[in-house]
Design a protein around this ligand. Structure first.
Ligand SMILES: [Zn+2]
Ligand SMILES: [Zn+2]
Length: 96
């Protein structure tokens, strides 16, 4: 039986399979978590069972910083703000 792709969940056939990080991937689905650059067995960097390119491979310090409650709060705030902005764009001059 063919395994399911760790990225898209669809069946991976042997001709398009990359087996990495204890998972199976389509060649096209094996890309950097951040910039979506397609990776291969030679240039990927595995972190937390996910592939990253050389530039976006999370350093240990980076992970600690993003996981602090303060940073999570800031992130949620900026997400809320961008949602509000989107609403404003969708209903311009909706005051009459
Ligand atoms: Zn896939
Ligand atoms: Zn990247």
């Amino acid at each position: 039986m063919n395994p399911a792709c760790a990225r898209c969940g669809k069946t991976v056939y042997p001709t398009e399979k990359i087996s990495c990080l204890d998972k199976n991937w389509h060649k096209g689905c094996f890309h950097c978590e951040v910039c979506k650059m397609t990776l291969n067995m030679k240039n990927y960097k595995g972190y937390d069972k996910k592939p990253y390119c050389n530039a976006h491979y999370p350093k240990t310090s980076f992970t600690i910083v993003t996981d602090t409650p303060e940073n999570l709060r800031l992130k949620q705030q900026s997400e809320l703000q961008s949602q509000r902005k989107r609403l404003w764009v969708r209903f311009p001059g909706n005051t009459c």
